[in-house]
Design a protein around this ligand. Structure first.
Ligand SMILES: Nc1ncnc2c1ncn2[C@@H]1O[C@H](COP(=O)(O)OP(=O)(O)OP(=O)(O)O)[C@@H](O)[C@H]1O
Ligand SMILES: [Mg+2]
Length: 293
């Protein structure tokens, strides 16, 4: 049986080998290990289609989990805030109770004077999103965990984006251990940042996902093929690197097609590379260019 193709030309999938992006990975990793106060905890990844935003969000969430953060992933669309709440509730249950289902306590009454606090097992309908999230974050903080909220495909037109930005500002004032990391296309992000009601987001760190330098592409291509058990002839590698042009989606597409075009002899030859590049360009035209334009 031939080894499985190790390239992943599929939107949203984390590549087996992440090419480049070292500085943003380092900065975000430092932010997760340092915690509160690090400006990168609130970050926006900005890049065109196929530049690797979704893959990077998933990758960063994994890194964050090793530093004591639980991650919830949302896409900017109606219902996003409830989705974030539900996922946080589940993440909380997993983190705090491991196996048994966990219903986090809900604050139902708070008296002043001789202080009295009441807890109930199920959500009180009168609580708003902010209060419910605060309750969960408190439970997470009790277990020394922070909350990473990733929001993909950011659009400015969504009211819930505005609410999230506003509430996040309050969470920061309350010293919550929370990190929103968002991602979107350049035009959508600039529209969002121009919206007066989310001026706070303008202070988030912006990370532009540009093209990946050729040496990083070369290394990632070779390493990915090696994971599948194949070498790449050096002139074949150059053919691929120049066709990829630093574009992450193309790296996966070219790799995938070259792999398919080569026989399982253990080497991707220059002939296979040429055929693979041709096939990848054809895929790119029919899957990306034609539907987009
Ligand atoms: N740094 C990288 N190195 C290698 N491959 C990558 C890298 N980043 C992303 N990819 C691959 O590129 C493809 C596109 O990635 P992804 O879906 O994350 O892009 P995107 O920016 O979210 O696109 P869209 O704007 O359409 O949502 C996927 O096949 C993914 O595996
Ligand atoms: Mg994406």
């Amino acid at each position: 049986m031939f080894p499985t193709n190790p390239f992943t030309p599929e939107f949203g999938s984390v590549p087996l080998v992440m090419a480049g992006r070292q500085s943003i990975r380092r900065e975000l990793f430092d932010a997760f290990s340092q915690g509160r106060g690090n400006p990168n905890l609130s970050s926006i990844l900005i890049g065109p289609r196929g530049s690797g935003k979704t893959a990077l969000l998933t990758y960063l969430a994994k890194e964050a989990s090793s530093e004591g953060w639980v991650a919830v992933h949302a896409v900017a669309m109606p219902g996003m805030l409830e989705d974030i709440f539900e996922q946080t509730r589940l993440a909380c249950a997993n983190a705090l109770e491991k196996k048994e289902a966990y219903t986090p306590p809900q604050l139902t009454s708070l008296g002043l004077g001789p202080v009295s606090v009441g807890w109930a097992a199920s959500p009180a309908p009168s609580e708003n999103w902010r209060t419910r999230m605060s309750g969960l974050m408190e439970a997470l903080e009790g277990a020394d965990l922070g909350l990473l909220i990733t929001v993909d495909e950011v659009v400015a037109s969504l009211d819930e984006m505005v609410r999230l930005a506003a509430v996040y500002q309050l969470f920061v004032r309350e010293q919550r251990r929370v990190a929103p990391v968002m991602a979107g296309l350049p035009s959508n992000i600039s529209a969002l940042l121009n919206d007066k009601s989310v001026s706070f987001l303008r202070r988030a760190q912006q990370h532009k996902l540009g093209t990946i330098p050729d040496p990083d592409v070369r290394e990632a291509f070779r390493e990915t093929a090696a994971i599948g058990g194949r070498d790449v002839a050096s002139n074949a590698l150059e053919t691929c690197v120049s066709a990829i042009g630093g574009y992450p989606y193309m790296l996966q597409l070219v790799g995938f097609r070259c792999w398919q075009a080569s026989n399982p002899s253990g080497v991707i030859s220059v002939e296979a590379a040429k055929r693979g590049v041709g096939d990848a360009r054809e895929d790119f035209r029919s899957h990306i260019l034609e539907p987009t334009f």
